[in-house]
Write a protein that binds this ligand. Sequence first.
Ligand SMILES: Nc1ncnc2c1ncn2[C@@H]1O[C@H](COP(=O)(O)OP(=O)(O)OP(=O)(O)O)[C@@H](O)[C@H]1O
Ligand SMILES: [Mg+2]
Length: 320
Amino acid sequence: MKDRIVGLLVGREDTFPKPFLETVERKGAAFGIRAEMALLGGAKLDDDPRYAVIVDRISHEVPYYRAHLKGAALQGTVVVNDPFWWEADEKYFECVLARRLGVAVPKTVVLPNKSHIPDINEGSLRNLQYPLDWQGIVSYVGLPAILKPNTGGGWKDVYRVDTMEELIWAYDQTGSAAFGYRPKTMILQEFIKWDDYVRCICIGRKHVRPMRYDPTAPFAERYVVGRPVEGELLERAVRDATTLVDALGYDMDTVEFAVREGTLYAIDFLNPAPDFDSFSIKEEAFAWVLEHMSDLVIDYALGRAEPPWRGEMRWSRFVR
Ligand SMILES: Nc1ncnc2c1ncn2[C@@H]1O[C@H](COP(=O)(O)OP(=O)(O)OP(=O)(O)O)[C@@H](O)[C@H]1O
Ligand SMILES: [Mg+2]
């Protein structure tokens, strides 16, 4: 039988790893489950996978990990979150999906890249409408609007634009030296003038913890304690967040809603390595995360639960 070891892959985060590994060890000891920081390097085709489960919180920034995890998934390791889907997922796609699911999202347009790799010339772009109908685009999303990357996080390259001139200036930046001339695909979104804001931590596609969130506050103060989300707002946030993470198959995610006149608009739900830092989500939510994350990986390690992608990928018939 495969070792029942749970491995954790992390970046610079400091507050989550140790308590998470300790919780899994404490709760899993009776089942022979151990937990450790995963150590990956130079995976060979014939390697027996060391881990029953790997919780991946950093492969979006370390591409080798992702290559390794894809192979490990086929060798029988349950990878949280699915490395294939995470790599494919994008914010524009998610907005289209949300619409289908009846979850409100801001009006959104995905824009052609401002720049391309040097080898590309006009001949390569014959299918691209040019010039863009900026007037039509802006009259659809309205002003102010948000210009932001189609994939990404950490508020990087997120612009609020109030005028057409600001929009064009911001769009031009996305093809400039500031972006290393690397083409970045951007989306333009209706700016939701919110009167309330909720961020939900979602684990295992069913546990949802909505918290008030203040995007205007400094980073460590954005999750608000002492003003819990209640009543109908709580119900709707849980319902819509569950709908989204279930459709996307994310076992860990955060789903953010801007609330305007009672309507919850899903703003960002592509957060497959959500912020779990205790100083940011605060003590109670941190304990909740440890509880549900440890239960999730123990269930996977024991084969009590199936990861969402099993049976859906063509190749998953060949998982060991
Ligand atoms: N359509 C919108 N309307 C109003 N505010 C928005 C909109 N889109 C983004 N924002 C604001 O910009 C912030 C960052 O946007 P978004 O969450 O999409 O980027 P991110 O880089 O994925 O951020 P994070 O690292 O917090 O997940 C949001 O928290 C929100 O305050
Ligand atoms: Mg995000």
